[in-house]
Every structure is written in structure tokens, then in C-alpha cells.
Design a protein around this ligand. Structure first.
Ligand SMILES: [Zn+2]
Length: 108
């Protein structure tokens, strides 16, 4: 027997929803859910996403720290930025003006 999933599908610009039409394959606390709406799977995914975000945050903090130290040693204003490409890269970006200042200081 095919059981309906207790999940709801949200659609469109206005918040309208309708019952999920996927067959339910697992029971949680007396309700049946499909693969996508399984509350335990959703919770697991949410947790994994949070952990990934925290790891990335930690990684970015470390890179920010390295960038700050490099900036200080380079002796140019703080308009140099960490390279961003969907996450901090291990590179800093220097403005033309700051590059000129730095070159002047280096006597080049
Ligand atoms: Zn479902």
C-alpha cells in the first residue's frame, strides 16, 4: 500500500503549499514521510550545513588574521582585501593607490 507523505511542498511567489505527492517510506513519531521530508534526514542535513559553515568561518578567521599581519608588515593602509571567491582565498588584493605607495616606499 502506498502511503502519502506528511510533508508539504511550498511553491510560487505567494506562500502556497500542497501535500507532498511522493510515497512515504519511513515513519517518525506516528507520521509517514518520503525521503525528502524525513524530519531526521532534514535535521541531519541542517546540522551538516551548520558544521560546514562553522568550519568555513574558522578558516576565514585564520585567513583574515594572516592578511592583517601581512598588511601590518607591508605598511600600507588597510584597503587591501582578502580575495573573495565564494570564500576567502589565500590571496590579498591591493588597490592601485596602495601599490603606488608601497612601490614608493620600496624605492622602485
Ligand atoms: Zn514528502
Amino acid at each position: 500500500m502506498k502511503r502519502p507523505c506528511a510533508g508539504r511542498v511550498y511553491e510560487g511567489r505567494v506562500m502556497s503549499s500542497f501535500g507532498c505527492s511522493s510515497p512515504a517510506t519511513r515513519e517518525r513519531d506516528g507520521k509517514w514521510w518520503c525521503f525528502h521530508h524525513d524530519p531526521i534526514a532534514i535535521e541531519k542535513k541542517r546540522k551538516a550545513r551548520n558544521e560546514k559553515w562553522e568550519r568555513e568561518q574558522e578558516e576565514n578567521d585564520k585567513k583574515q588574521d594572516i592578511a592583517d599581519k601581512l598588511l601590518k608588515r607591508l605598511g600600507v593602509p588597510g584597503s587591501i582585501k582578502l580575495m573573495w571567491k565564494g570564500g576567502y582565498q589565500s590571496a590579498i588584493v591591493i588597490d592601485f593607490d596602495d601599490a603606488e605607495k608601497l612601490l614608493k616606499e620600496l624605492g622602485r
